[in-house]
Design a protein around this ligand. Structure first.
Ligand code: ZN
Length: 310
């Protein structure tokens, strides 16, 4: 009898876990290329008013734009658009399920960093801490904390051969939660750079160049959003800040929240329910505050800034 009750509990637990992850069943992703800025603007307006979501916006005519539609609006919207549309993904739900299956299989090796699959926040943090503990040329810095109080970490890799005036390369990733491969790319590059320093070989021009500068790696800028894409919604993009007054929509697009000239202009939204919501004001988010303070601290050294998106 006890086993029977245990089995029911386990079944209930696994079915609720499954239900909480947004399925995207029947969602389609389309691509369309427009020949002029006017046609591009029209496409964006129609996609938005039709209830679909732009995933990639072309910044130049002749380049592709991608958008995702739910099954209830897909066919109708594509008919109404009246432009040539290519189907890129026939069922987003299949891809989400496939990735979720991969994550379940991996669970036995949880906590071990590798690049065979996408890693969780905890694994990445432990790996970064280990790099700092085990290499005297690696320094860990907590830039700040997220809305949900997760550490936003940065690793400095380098020996500052020119002291305070050593030139530096900044690498970051994961400001947009769903862009998992950006996080993997940044951590992979970090791993490769650490190996070059560890080998301490300057016989090749490339190895010498890597060690001649300092490297700042911040591979996971939006930890709350990233975790949310693993636990609830694969396509979440923003951070997880609570809704502003008068709205019930969570999250700000951190890459639209910087304190820059032109804040709020261009591909940005003032609507908290949109994917490109800019936030209540410049630098309103703890994540952007933490990151920008750190960048400003090292701005005189940084000569190259690499920010990965996907
Ligand atoms: Zn992005």
């Amino acid at each position: 009898m006890t086993w029977y009750i245990l089995l029911i509990c386990l079944l209930l637990k696994s079915s609720t876990a499954g239900l909480s992850y947004r399925s995207y069943s029947g969602y389609k992703v389309y691509r369309s290329v427009q020949s002029s800025d006017e046609k591009q603007k029209l496409l964006e307006d129609q996609v938005e008013s039709g209830g679909c979501e732009m995933l990639k916006v072309s910044h130049k005519s002749g380049r592709p734009s991608d958008f995702m539609c739910s099954p209830t609006v897909s066919d109708r919207l594509v008919r109404e658009l009246g432009v040539e549309v290519e189907t890129l993904i026939d069922d987003m739900g299949d891809l989400v399920k496939e990735q979720a299956r991969g994550r379940r299989v991996r669970r036995q090796t949880e906590g071990v960093m590798d690049w065979d699959s996408y890693q969780r926040y905890e694994t990445i943090v432990k790996w970064m801490e280990g790099l700092a503990d085990n290499n005297e040329f690696v320094t860990l810095e907590e830039m700040g904390r997220s809305h949900e109080n997760r550490s936003i970490l940065m690793l400095k890799v380098g020996k500052s051969p020119a002291g305070n005036s050593t030139r530096a390369v900044w690498v970051d990733g994961g400001i947009h939660a769903r862009e998992w491969i950006a996080v993997s790319t940044a951590t992979y590059l970090l791993d490769q750079v650490v190996r070059v320093f560890r080998d301490n070989d300057t016989s090749t021009c490339e190895a010498h160049a890597v060690q001649a500068v300092d490297w700042y790696f911040a591979p996971l800028l939006n930890p709350d959003g990233y975790e949310f894409t693993h636990t609830n919604d694969r396509m979440w993009r923003k951070n997880r800040s609570p809704p502003p007054a008068g709205s019930s929509c969570v999250g700000t697009d951190l890459n639209r929240n910087w304190d820059v000239i032109g804040f709020g202009a261009g591909a940005t939204s003032s609507n908290p329910c949109k994917e490109t919501y800019k936030g209540t004001e410049k630098n309103s988010e703890p994540e952007t505050q933490a990151i920008s303070e750190t960048i400003m601290k090292y701005k005189d050294n940084v000569r190259v800034y690499l920010s990965f998106h996907s």
